[in-house]
Design a protein around this ligand. Structure first.
Ligand SMILES: NC(=O)c1ccc[n+]([C@@H]2O[C@H](COP(=O)([O-])OP(=O)(O)OC[C@H]3O[C@@H](n4cnc5c(N)ncnc54)[C@H](O)[C@@H]3O)[C@@H](O)[C@H]2O)c1
Length: 316
């Protein structure tokens, strides 16, 4: 009998890669997604896609109780910082009440959850670099606060039920299928600018650093964390400034485009880099994709995706 797996947010960038990995393992895979930022076209035809809002407890429970999952990957989230500031109630509803619905369903089916939390939005500006999981979070926006609250509920439910739920705090994830139209996802945004021959605006004069981790490595970390209790940074421990990312993509594109440099936007972190040594020790996981190789592969994949959706405009 194949394993029954539920992926919330499985029509999203990262979730769709989790779905593919589950199908490759032979799991019977069900996706719950409301398509608020996801795309049904990303979901393999071999998975079942249920259009449900995780906040709608009745609809959510009906799917979960039919599927009776043995493992849950919980990726559905309100994940825009801007939206969280404009509509903190909705952010809280999805990231906290939605989490409660997932936890209660997991309890009924004794299914371990892997929850994708965030490193960058939690640790704040004062954290030492690279930041370990022991650092007390200091979120700058409602999104970070609601993710942290979700983590707290998950740990409480895990302790009370004895089900080994895991929190994975992701670095800056990049890879194929990332939308260029969100506020984050700088790799996809830059690739889209190159595709359309437009100069991007690079904030902080290209100096802000992030911990860029390939989606393939993130998926293998989430797989390794399933059934293991704890909080794990899923990152590389390598700090890279945004100008280095731009330069690598320009090289991959063989185009010449000068970016517009602008000051850092309010509320944006100057530095972010996470210590992945706990995941290495306790999950036996380590990111395998060198950034230069990952960026080149991602650029090629994204350009193909963009071209399928819309033809390239003028290239300089
Ligand atoms: N991309 C990153 O760099 C990054 C970094 C840290 C954490 N994360 C977390 O990883 C997860 C996946 O992120 P992503 O980049 O793939 O984002 P995404 O927006 O592509 O995916 C999120 C998915 O959740 C779905 N969703 C949102 N609200 C929902 C609701 N109420 N009910 C059902 N489905 C809903 C969306 O339609 C979408 O398909 C999120 O939890 C996010 O907070 C991502």
């Amino acid at each position: 009998m194949s394993k029954r797996v539920l992926v919330t947010g499985g029509a999203g960038f990262i979730g769709s890669h989790v779905v593919d990995a589950m199908l490759a393992e032979g799991a019977r895979t069900t996706v719950i997604d409301d398509l608020s930022s996801g795309d049904a076209g990303r979901v393999s035809a071999d998975a079942e896609l249920c259009l449900v809002d995780i906040v709608d407890r009745g609809a959510f429970d009906a799917v979960v109780d039919r599927v009776e999952p043995e493992a849950i990957f919980h990726l559905a989230a309100q994940s825009s910082v801007t939206v969280s500031v404009a509509d903190p109630a909705r952010d809280c509803a999805v990231n906290v009440h939605g989490m409660l619905n997932v936890l209660e369903a997991a309890n009924r089916h004794r299914a371990p959850i892997v929850f994708t939390s965030t490193g960058g939005a939690l640790y704040g500006n004062e954290a030492p670099i690279p930041t370990s999981e022991d650092r007390i979070p200091a979120p700058l926006a409602p999104y970070g606060a609601s993710k942290w609250a979700g983590e707290a509920y998950l740990k409480t439910w895990s302790a009370a039920s004895g089900i080994p739920h895991a929190v994975c705090r992701l670095g800056n994830v990049y890879g194929p299928r990332q939308s260029p139209h969100g506020e984050a996802g700088v790799v996809s945004i830059f690739a889209y600018h190159l595709h359309t021959g437009r100069s991007p605006k690079i904030f902080g004069y290209g100096k802000p650093t992030r911990d860029y981790v390939h989606v393939r490595d993130v998926v293998s970390a989430l797989q390794a964390a399933s059934g293991i209790s704890g909080t794990f940074n899923v990152a590389t421990g390598v700090e890279t400034d945004v100008m280095t990312v731009w330069d690598a993509l320009v090289e991959a594109s063989e185009l010449r485009l000068e970016p517009q440099l602008a000051p850092l936007r309010e509320g944006e972190l100057e530095r972010s880099c996470m210590d992945p040594s706990r995941a290495r020790r306790e999950l036996g996981w380590e990111a395998q994709t060198p950034l230069t190789q990952g960026l080149r592969e991602t650029y090629d994949a994204l350009i193909d995706e963009f071209a399928r959706v819309e033809p390239a405009q003028s290239r300089s």
